[in-house]
Design a protein around this ligand. Structure first.
Ligand code: ZN
Ligand code: ZN
Length: 218
């Protein structure tokens, strides 16, 4: 676990909001998905001496979008010092290779770096952020916490899926760890950036909090 280092200021920019379109059968049952990409979030260092961080790098086919979104922030992929993957599902790490100068930290097994050309580091050593364990969706799932402009942001990956939670789905398969992680996240967050779906804050967060506290494993 790492705690915020004095003086490190980060601007939180959602480069690409996470998408997840379900494919349904005739009866409306979920049988797969048509499009899926985990949210890609930039933590932009406000001081040049500090490193820019990317949390999750999305699915295949989003390379150009990432480059364009970074450009709007005056950055290139080479300007990113750290990549953090919330968990090792492909829709969250397929573009890690773009960030040639980045040290990479993954929560679990790292399988998108066969030649080990990127340095792997322990999550404990990244200034400016805190990393917490949020198991349930995946056993070694992590979430990233950053404080920016007086707000606590939780970049939650797939530990938080607003629509599924509101529909009463409690992880796949339903499990208590998922509920415990979701409670931890809603209790500390002012803003949640989930892996799939819109950014959640304000009244939406209050509503979500109520749904989270109603969840139970059936
Ligand atoms: Zn995902
Ligand atoms: Zn996932």
């Amino acid at each position: 676990m790492y705690y915020f280092r004095e003086g490190v200021r980060m601007k939180v920019v959602v480069l690409i909001e996470g998408v997840h379109e379900d494919k349904l059968d005739d009866e409306g049952k979920i049988i797969g998905c048509t499009e899926i990409c985990g949210a890609i979030t930039l933590l932009k260092a406000e001081n040049e001496k500090e490193e820019n961080i990317i949390v999750d790098t999305g699915n295949r086919g989003f390379e150009q979008e990432i480059i364009t979104a970074l450009k709007k922030e005056g950055l290139k992929p080479e300007d990113v010092g750290y990549v953090i993957n919330t968990h090792s599902h492909f829709d969250h790490l397929a573009n890690n290779y773009l960030f040639k100068n980045a040290k990479v930290t993954a929560s679990g097994i790292w399988f998108n770096n066969p030649d080990r050309s990127l340095d792997l580091i322990e999550p404990a050593n990244i200034p400016g952020i805190e990393i917490i364990s949020t198991p349930g969706h995946a056993p070694s799932h992590i979430s990233v916490i950053v404080k920016s402009e007086g707000k606590t942001y939780v970049i939650a990956g797939d530990a938080m899926h607003e629509r599924y939670i509101k529909e009463g789905l409690v992880g796949f398969p339903p499990n208590q760890d998922y509920i415990d992680s979701a409670k931890k996240i809603v209790d500390m967050a002012d803003v949640i950036i989930p892996g799939h779906g819109r950014v959640i804050q304000g009244n939406d967060l209050e509503e979500l909090k109520q749904a989270v506290y109603k969840m139970e494993v059936k």
